[in-house]
Design a protein around this ligand. Sequence first.
Ligand SMILES: [Zn+2]
Length: 698
Amino acid sequence: MTLRRWRLKLVLAATMSLFVVTIFHFSPYTNESHPHPVTIPVYSHDSSLEDEWMKLRRIQLNLPDYDDPRRGCVMPKLTEYNPVYKSQGYRDKTIKKVVCKKEQDWLVVRNGNISWNPVTIKKYSQGVKCLINWMTRVNDFKQKKREPALIFDSRVNSTVILEDDFFYADCKTRSDIVLSPTYRWSNIMSGIRPKAAVMQRKNDNFLLKKEQSPFNILILGFDSVSHVNFMRRLPKLYHLLTQELDAVVLDNYNIIGDGTTAAILGMLAGSYEEELPETRRGKSSQTVDIYPLIFKDFKRNHYVTTYAEDESSIGTFQYRLNGFKDPPSDHYMRPFQLQAEADHKKHLTYCLGSKPKINILMSWLQEVLTSYPRDVGKFIFGFHSEYSHGVVEELNLADEPVTQWIRDLKDSSLLDNTILMVMSDHGHRFSFTRSTLQGKYEERLPFFSIIVPESLKRRFPKSYHALQINAMDRLTTPFDVYETLRSILYDVNRGVDIGVTAHDVKNMTRGLTLFREIPLERSCSDGKISDHWCACNMWSQVDADKEPLAMRAAEAIVSNINRLVKESGQQSQCQPLTLKHVTRSQKMLPKKDMIAFKESKDHDGRVPDLDEKATIPEVVYEIQVQTQPGNGLFEGTTKYTFSTDSFEVNVKEVSRVNRYGLTSKCVSDSFPHLAKFCYCRDQSLTARDAGYMGIIMG
Ligand SMILES: [Zn+2]
């Protein structure tokens, strides 16, 4: 206990910080070591409080004393399991496996051909006959059967060449054998029919050196999955990506707006919806064909382009917007998915016939990779919502099949020349997660990973290195993904290792390719992200002598060190430490508008609805303390939760920032993990050893 603290006058509130209104009960006559806030702090729209936020913004720009004063964005480190989150309604559920019909599909579609499933042919020895109707897209909301049907008879043909990517199959066993019962099977099916126009593009491909193929890009997106929820709910996939495939994961990937369309437009058009021509339903009859989607760039550069989304009723470009008049890509799965949705009553949940729909989506994407020759670049974007958009826990269902699929891609060498991106658009957006701080952060911090082929790493070492730096330590956004896709086309494919120079700190554009180092200074305002979407926190220096909570935070760190020593049974060896001095303290605050954000006021997600009475649920302090005896310097982070009036310290994350040398010799051999925390009761031994051995500090 420091004497200085007792000199604190009885203070009400204001000491903590101007914008937090807190009433303290403070007793200087007891051993009570800290004041208790008795009310939950609230924001007020008092102008002095606005000033405080402005001041904090300025502080953020200067960023005093954080590890690097230039740093423009500090993100919270979210944990997969947050107790507060749990207490507010987060419940784990066991999700059953997806079970589809037992009867296997009678037909197999591969490499542009339809053939018979050998199991079916064996089972129905009398032969089977199918009516095949190709599926024709009328528009983004309608598709139809093309007539007449083609007759596919197992006794006549073994294969049929696809005339279109999708078809209706209506099959039955042949009935020419008297008395044999008739069995029927019908479904819709999908494949890739390579297009002559695309094949022609490769011949025009003057940009590439003959011996090099363009890099393919395969993106698999998940709707509504935060970064930590990806880790929570897709553990096998996360392990495969990070441990086996050496994925580069963007640690500070921040959304730019509300919902799917904002994220996808940021990525695929480098734009906010508001900047693009009006295409909203009821406001204009203009279709989204007018959008400058990156499919157009890839087509111009001789790629085959592919777009697939599995929940057509909430399509990114169709739910609020007018959809496409013409397909945006060479291969476009929407007609098939619309039909699948219309047919859902004929199938078990999440299935089409014997297969889970997610597998059908993934196989179709994979068919694009195998149906065109190597020198045709492939740009493939697939987006999955079915398991991820609704019930949080159902995302588990994707773990096994997606892991297996990516493993198969790898094992079939399909990733050798393919940049794979596994990503999500934003975190879960439903009410309860929006009401917790963890949920607010999670919504803003989706998952983004990039698996780079070895050949790219080898040929573009500087660009790859820049990508790694940006992933670990820089604020990144969907606009950067857009720029990165463009730089694959315009730099990487032309053999230019652009990573040799970093982005210019003075001329940062809104989107920055990840193949160049992004300046540490980059903040949400540089990335043109509004405050209510910004997950970067603000650090502000605090004077622990004037802010009781900071002093309590310091004491919490010291008492947690003592507790660890005690729990390890070493208090007979080590002296209890007391707080001598707070050498540095700062607190981390979420953006005010981020806390206040409830939801979008408008259907289009353009106008934020901010809660004027929003409270700050927690504050993180980063504190450096000097303890006695021994003058140890420790640095730790602790989170204070207002509702429980408690500090959370993970003592494993407390670092010792000065040398302790031989002062902890009594435990250094037997309890090495305690060495940094222990000041031995018997220092004579260590003094003698020090004299004998010279000054050896550790
Ligand atoms: Zn979404």
